[in-house]
Design a protein around this ligand. Sequence first.
Ligand code: HEC
Length: 464
Amino acid sequence: MRNLILFAFLALLMTSCADKSGSNKKQADEEKVILPDVVTFNEHIAPIIFENCTPCHRPHSAGPFPFTTYDEIKAKAKTISKVTQSRFMPPWPADPTYTNFKGERILTVTEIAMIKKWVEDDCPVGDVAKIPAVPHYPEGSQIGTPDLVINFPDFTLEGNNKDHFFLVKVPFEIPEDKYVKTIEFIPGNKKLAHHMNANLIEYQPGKKKTVFNGKKIIPTNLAESADVVQTEMDNKNDDGTYPVLVPLVCNYLPGVSPAMYPEGIGGFRMTKQGTFFINDFHFGPTPKDAIDTSSHFNIFFDDKPPVRPTYEILLGSLGVAPVTPALVIPPNEVKTFTIDYQVQETMSLLTVNPHMHLLGKSFLAYAVTPQSDTIPLIRINKWDFRWQYFYTFKSVVVIPGGSRIHVEAVFDNTVNNVNNPYYPPQVIIDRGDRFDSMKTTNEMLQLILTYMEYQSGDEYLSLE
Ligand code: HEC
């Protein structure tokens, strides 16, 4: 079970999506590049693309075009060469020379050089016997057959070339309380769905007659306050008190796999009656009216309660440690803000998730122990608001009690920031007291940590 945090506070929480995906991968850089005389598709290029690109670049996935055959890949060869050299693709903002994470998608210098040479040599096909199998992606789930499927309401997306943000209620009733190992989100409109963060509202016996009343969808920009939203969605207990909310039980971003920690770590309880409160669901802009009628959760049960429960702590905007100075970014300035948090009990850290919006420029987080040792957590040299993964460490990072966690983030509110939503730049503030703090044109600075209570031996606990 995750940390049970009071509802009203969490109702305002906006974070971005998770990446707990993928394979265990190599280090970047500092390699001697030795290329074969002839670089061929079947022997050299297909393995790189299938492993690092095809998970997103395949039908019904996040990438704008598929990379599953020679023809598809050759048709984009020049662009592939360009975006791999610039490291725009595969998207992985965290600096691998600072810390490494599970499922890291980073090409080596050799792989990038190999792609470049292959394209310059006009894309030789090579020995057909050497092509690896195109990875198999099961329809409908990356994990297996779910124990339970819960559907979202239908969405109508106006073709106005603007982003759409929704607060969503997804209620359910099941025959009895269950333990959940993980939840996988499957977007209906995979082209437009961008991110989704789900919290779980649990009702204690006798507290709620029915969970199915109330508004199912409220556009985020029309939300007046957390309290009004919870009233309109009929999410409170029948006596008007707030039920318990389990934060962030499922997060989605293009290219992610659902949260999967090793056996015994994580998981939570699902009460008989409950509601997923989505805060929020973001669809990208579309020039034509569009719909989403089939977004759903795949739920995977566990027969045992979690052995090692995980907890989440949110630092910065809306969280337990303030941003210093207050997050006000004057126009035409590049400005640095910090967060400092004193760790009480020793933490076994699993995952870090940095969050900023469009003015973010760089992000750094580390811990300093009482003995003044530094424990690096994450460094993002070039912030990209499109890729805000939940980065899971390869093995548990132990932060001793009494340590200080320090975050240092730089925001660029000048015309040099191509993502600046305003021209000329305007003063941008963190409006953490209101729902519209999560609008991308406002700013936030957060670091979310997922951790367990420390047990001896956690230092050696692999998360892969
Ligand atoms: C996490 C998912 C993901 C992975 C992994 C990924 N891509 Fe992409 N790719 C995208 C998305 C989404 C876009 C559209 C981005 C945008 O328009 O901002 C994109 C865009 C592109 C583009 C078009 C860029 C342009 O300027 O038009 C190319 C080419 C590309 N990817 C190649 C690759 C290659 C090559 C790899 C592997 C080395 C890769 N991608 C890995 C999601 C991914």
